[in-house]
Design a protein around this ligand. Structure first.
Ligand SMILES: *Cc1c(COP(=O)(O)O)cnc(C)c1O
Length: 351
């Protein structure tokens, strides 16, 4: 059997399930509801023509890096661009993790930590969050002391729970000086707290970001990280030379130059509050406060609520059968129209 030839680590693997249900209101994947800025739309053919796609792309995404260095307030040598943040998580595992090395990450959290650490053959050390999903920094410190991991991932705001890890707690983990500490700030723009200013103080810190969430570019696959140049050198050893295509580089650059995102991000933050208030009044929902562009909600019968919402044209993310997330659905904050419709439907479903 061909499948007998698979690497041991991959046997028994299931593909990451991507939902292909079509709904009018897509509130399942933490994208923003906004399309590309008008100015970008109008310049599309120019942007693509200038990308010279008959040639290979710039392997180090120089122009995009320059722009990101302004955005982040760090120098270009501190930045690396990836084909989505996901590729960068993969590259971190590929560069630093041997078979049976420890990788520490929170549970529940972003599914790709488990996937890529498993592909690397790591010993997976899942540290549970508290009952209210807050971080217990002592529990992380104990696990790090005990297992001496190569990589530690902290996600703040955490996906799918929306809570943050306090800066002082992140610093506590950095000061243990054990392994590479990845702080995943995929939802930074909706929260405003960052530790990117610490990358030169702590040589083991990686701050991970993405253009997929706040910047409306999930489909073009651009993520980036900021870290000490020594870390970037290590990651470059395993990176494919042309990992980010030239159209994606050019679009990401154009979007970062756009003025519209400040208002769009503010809009989503405001809608997060509106949605939270609207849902709070409904019987049968337990809500978790969120600093990201989604809200986690717990129900008696989450599968029933999930299906009932699909019947009404709303897709949310069903986590009711995931470890540590029993009974929960994750709702991505939408436009005012979508949020109002969701609130109305949930009132019906739970009446
Ligand atoms: C979305 C997300 C990412 C990266 O997504 P890409 O689309 O691959 O850039 C990374 N971490 C978390 C927690 C996310 O939610």
């Amino acid at each position: 059997m061909i499948s007998d030839l698979l690497r041991e680590e991959i046997k028994g693997f299931k593909n990451y399930e991507v939902n292909d249900i079509e709904c009018k209101y897509k509130m399942d994947a933490n994208e923003t509801p906004f399309r590309l800025p008008e100015r970008t739309m109008e310049a599309l053919s120019e942007i693509i023509a200038a990308a010279n796609v008959n040639r290979y792309p710039d392997p180090i995404s120089r122009k995009l890096k320059r722009k990101l260095s302004e955005y982040l307030g760090v120098s270009e040598e501190n930045i690396m661009i990836g084909n989505g943040g996901d590729e960068l998580i993969h590259l971190i595992m590929l560069s630093f993790v041997n078979k049976n090395d420890g990788v520490v990450y929170p549970l529940p959290s972003f599914a790709m930590y488990k996937v890529y650490s498993q592909i690397a053959g790591a010993k997976q050390i899942e540290v549970s969050l508290n009952e209210d999903y807050s971080y217990d920094v002592d529990k992380f410190s104990d696990a790090i002391d005990k297992y001496n991991p190569k990589v530690i991932i902290l996600c703040t705001p955490n996906n799918p729970t929306g809570n943050v890890m306090k800066r002082e707690d992140i610093i506590k983990i950095l000061q243990l000086k054990k392994g590479i500490v990845v702080v995943d700030e995929a939802y930074y723009e909706f929260d405003g707290e960052t530790v990117v200013d610490l990358i030169n103080k702590y040589e083991n810190l990686i701050v991970l970001r993405t253009m997929s969430k706040a910047f409306s570019l999930a489909g073009i696959r651009v993520g980036y990280l900021a870290a000490n140049p020594e870390i970037i050198k290590c990651l470059n050893l395993v990176k494919a030379p042309y990992n980010v295509n030239s159209v994606s580089q050019a679009l990401a650059l154009n979007v970062l130059e756009s003025e519209v995102f400040k208002d769009r991000i503010e809009y989503i933050i405001n809608e997060r509050q509106y949605l939270y208030e609207g849902l709070k009044g409904i019987n049968g929902i337990k809500l978790y406060p969120s600093r990201a562009n989604f809200i986690l909600a717990k129900f008696q019968d989450a599968d029933y609520v999930y299906k009932s919402l699909i019947e009404r044209g709303i897709l949310v993310r069903n986590f009711s059968n995931s470890p540590g997330l029993c009974g929960t659905l994750r709702i991505t904050v939408g436009t005012r129209e979508a949020n109002n419709y969701l609130i109305k439907c949930l009132k019906e479903v739970l009446a």
